[in-house]
Ligand binder design. Structure first.
Ligand SMILES: [Zn+2]
Length: 150
């Protein structure tokens, strides 16, 4: 079985509909279908899926990654704090959760994993992300991640 790589998955030929789709479809897959199949393990699996994907991204710099996030419309990403060992990333208008009624727990683990994975490629360090705020999960202003670099 031939694996589906990133560049192939992002080849889009939809002459009438183009490369844009509703956020709703993504959320139904990402939140409803995944949790339905994976249950409570969905958070950890989502994080690892995001991290593996982030590790495979062809990004050479933080700017490259931010451009990609903008192209994929993951959200509006700000980095208010960055040192050699710690980075804080805020996502505004998060694709996964912005606008939802809070569910009492952070839910954007995939995005956290993606950011951590991309930062591992960029920095060459081991990166771990913890979601410390979540718009649709907890009612916060941003989906915020504390990232530790080792
Ligand atoms: Zn979110």
């Amino acid at each position: 079985m031939k694996p589906i790589d990133l560049s192939n998955a992002l080849k889009i030929n939809r002459p009438e509909l183009g490369d844009l789709s509703g956020v709703g479809l993504y959320r139904l897959l990402r939140l409803v279908a995944w949790e339905d199949i994976m249950g409570p393990g969905a958070s950890a699996i989502s994080y690892h899926a995001g991290k593996k994907l982030g590790n495979k991204l062809d990004v050479k710099s933080l700017d490259d990654f931010l451009v990609l996030c903008e192209e994929l419309k993951i959200g509006i990403i700000k980095i208010p704090k960055m040192t050699n060992t710690h980075i804080h990333v805020d996502i505004y208008e998060c694709i996964t959760c912005s606008g939802m009624d809070p569910v009492g727990r952070p839910i954007c683990h995939f995005e956290g994993g993606l950011i951590a994975g991309a930062l591992e490629v960029i920095t060459g360090k081991s990166v771990k992300a913890k979601e410390v705020s979540c718009i649709g999960g907890l009612g916060d202003k941003t989906c915020g991640y504390d990232l530790d670099l080792k």
